[in-house]
Design a protein around this ligand. Structure first.
Ligand code: SAH
Length: 217
């Protein structure tokens, strides 16, 4: 088969896997079709970038499984006017997917190296509505708060208080909750006039949300 034929088939299989795991939102699928996951996985594992599995990235972290990225993005119900905060930039893939759906995406990671590599990719792809910063995201990003949407891509034992406080009324946060050595629960938090509503979505496994900056930073 020609190279473009191979790519088209690989792309079809990638999208089919997403749909079969429950990613049905057309805007989310279109964004994941546009953003090439292969660019966000380096080295040895790059040839597995189109399989529905998490893969290792630098600093001992992981790029999430595509279907989990899709389901979290879908649960976030992002609209084109939204200002979104992502805690846990990692490879930058989730932020890139969100950039197609939101007005602006702030993404933060405690590892400077990951933030620098992701920012370089965003620039090369002209994803100019993403702002990547090195900081401890468990405190949120007070100077840009409040946010319409917050997505946390590392597991916390409880939804972090500062993040709840930085969510607008009517806003949605998606966060994996539970200890890092066990299966965690993906939680959708919706802020209303009087408080917060919690909905449990599905079991997931994420690296832990850690305090402070990474040792390399
Ligand atoms: N969303 C990423 C995957 C994230 S892996 C992607 O699309 O590839 C989880 C990331 O959370 C790791 O890079 C880790 O460094 C980061 N992290 C963990 N604790 C953090 C904290 N307190 N503040 C910011 N980032 C944190």
């Amino acid at each position: 088969m020609t190279e473009s034929g191979d790519n088209a088939e690989r792309q079809m299989r990638f999208l089919f896997a997403l749909r079969s795991k429950g990613v049905t939102d057309q805007r989310v699928l279109a964004s994941m079709e546009r953003i090439d996951r292969g660019l966000f996985v380096r080295g040895l594992f790059s040839e597995r970038a189109y399989e529905d599995m998490p893969l290792p990235i630098a600093c001992g972290q992981t790029i999430s499984q595509p279907s989990v990225v899709g389901l979290m993005t879908q649960a976030l119900a992002v609209s084109p006017r939204d200002k979104v905060l992502e805690v846990g930039t990692g490879s930058g893939y989730q932020a890139a997917v969100l950039s197609q759906l939101a007005r602006r995406v702030y993404t933060v990671d405690r590892h400077r190296r990951l933030v620098q590599e992701a920012a370089a990719l965003f620039a090369s792809l002209d994803l100019n509505n993403i702002i990547a910063m090195t900081t401890d995201g468990s405190h949120g990003l007070p100077e840009q708060a409040p946010f319409d949407r917050i997505i946390v891509t590392a597991a916390a034992e409880d939804p972090p208080g500062p993040l709840l406080a930085q969510l607008k009324i009517g806003g949605i946060m998606v966060v994996p909750v539970g200890r890092s050595d066990t299966v965690q629960s993906l939680i959708k938090v919706t802020r209303n006039e009087t408080g917060f509503e919690y909905e449990e979505l599905r079991p997931v496994r994420f690296v832990p949300l850690l305090e402070g900056l990474g040792k390399d930073t």
